[in-house]
Write a protein that binds this ligand. Structure first.
Ligand SMILES: [Zn+2]
Ligand SMILES: [Zn+2]
Length: 90
């Protein structure tokens, strides 16, 4: 969903988002396609592949209580680190 004052992603940003969404969940490893979570709004190259639960789950999700993130000792930067490694070097 695009909000009104959010700039549209450029072509290369859209390509990157599509790649991220093809990946498995960066937290629990659930098979993709995943949702793209923006660490910072509009900073698409730092978006993370997350399954619906690790993304929006009220108990496990980054937008909820982040329980699975705590259990698996993940945070946005560690998942971003893994995401970049998988995209570029895996
Ligand atoms: Zn997950
Ligand atoms: Zn999100």
């Amino acid at each position: 969903m695009q909000s009104k004052n959010k700039p549209r992603p450029t072509t290369c940003e859209r390509e990157h988002i599509a790649l991220v969404k093809q990946m498995d969940c960066g937290v629990c490893g659930a098979a993709g396609p995943s949702e793209a979570h923006e660490i910072e709004q509009g900073a698409w190259f730092t978006s993370l592949p997350l399954c619906a639960d690790c993304h929006r789950g009220s108990f496990n999700g980054i937008h909820g209580q982040k329980r699975i993130w705590t259990v698996l000792k993940k945070d946005e930067l560690s998942v971003l680190n893994d995401t970049i490694r998988k995209l570029m070097y895996a």
